[in-house]
Design a protein around this ligand. Structure first.
Ligand SMILES: C[S@@+](CC[C@H](N)C(=O)[O-])C[C@H]1O[C@@H](n2cnc3c(N)ncnc32)[C@H](O)[C@@H]1O
Length: 270
């Protein structure tokens, strides 16, 4: 397993193995969806909200994120994620995450979503972290055959799909191209740690000298092109076509404090 370790920031910030941020992180500047009430969330076949009785307060995801670098001591992505996902807090949603490590995010998802079923995929065997609501699967995210086997187990109609795996350019883009079609309409695909596209800070993730292959370049080019189209040497033409037709928005978050970058892709309703 590769440990994310920023080249330059390691001199300036006391970042631990999981890039824990020891300084106070500022509020992110992103476009957030309106804070939804349970009843205003996207309609989900087979996953009805249980109404408005639950306390939909922000901050609970951060409280559950104590053992993952998504939390306040790491990249603090959860501060933003929660605004997108709290509308499904008490729904029986399906979460699929690539990258388990010591299981910190699996614990977070279980605590935050009491009715969710969670599928975790890792190149290493993490069976010890399976339980009644968590199913762990062994697979390499850069291999479509392995991803298909994982989907055969999880099924499609995934509400939240997170890539927090190996973070190489190939892994990120193969997984995004292959797996996006298994996200349900209106669901989210979260592609984490896109800062590995910046070799000045993070080296060893497959960035080519001209940088045309980076995941950050892929997303920024998508945003800049007219019409918006994805380009990726790692994806099949039909995967690119599907993405072009089914990404409703790409919300790219850059956190100044630790240079962390993540992107939330929302799938169209159809
Ligand atoms: C950053 S850790 C995951 C952390 C976890 N999501 C959390 O927040 O607590 C990355 C994990 O990705 C796994 N990984 C690395 N390369 C992979 C690959 N090609 N396919 C699947 N998993 C991979 C590693 O074994 C490691 O457990």
């Amino acid at each position: 397993m590769k440990t994310l370790r920023p080249l330059l920031l390691s001199l300036a910030l006391p970042l631990a193995t999981n890039a824990a941020c020891s300084i106070t992180c500022p509020a992110p500047v992103v476009t957030l969806p309106p804070q939804a009430s349970p009843s205003s969330g996207p309609a989900k076949a087979g996953g009805p909200s249980d109404g408005g009785s639950a306390p939909f307060k922000l901050g609970q995801l951060a409280k559950a994120a104590v053992r993952t670098d998504k939390g306040t001591k790491g990249h603090n992505y959860v501060e933003v994620y929660e605004r997108f996902i709290l509308q499904w807090k008490n729904d029986p949603i399906k979460i699929f995450e690539i990258g388990i490590e010591s299981g910190g995010s699996l614990i977070m998802w279980q605590e935050y979503f009491p009715k969710a079923t969670i599928f975790g995929v890792d190149i290493d065997d993490k069976a010890a972290m399976s339980n009644a609501r968590v199913k762990t699967i062994v697979g390499d995210q850069s291999k479509r055959a392995d991803l298909q086997k994982a989907i055969d187990i999880s099924g499609d109609d995934i509400d939240i799909l997170v890539d927090d795996g190996g973070h190489t350019m190939e892994q990120q883009q193969v997984s995004f191209g292959f797996l996006f079609k298994f996200v349900r309409p209106g669901g989210y695909y979260i592609l984490e740690d896109i800062h590995t596209s910046l070799p000045e800070l993070w080296n060893g993730y497959g960035v080519e000298p001209d940088r045309q292959n980076t995941t950050l370049h892929m997303i920024q080019s998508y945003m800049k092109s007219v019409p918006p189209v994805f380009k990726s040497k790692y994806m099949l033409p039909e995967e690119i076509k599907y993405l072009n037709e089914h990404v409703e928005y790409a919300n790219l978050l850059y956190r100044t404090a630790d240079r962390g970058i993540t992107c939330i892709f929302k799938k169209t309703a159809q």
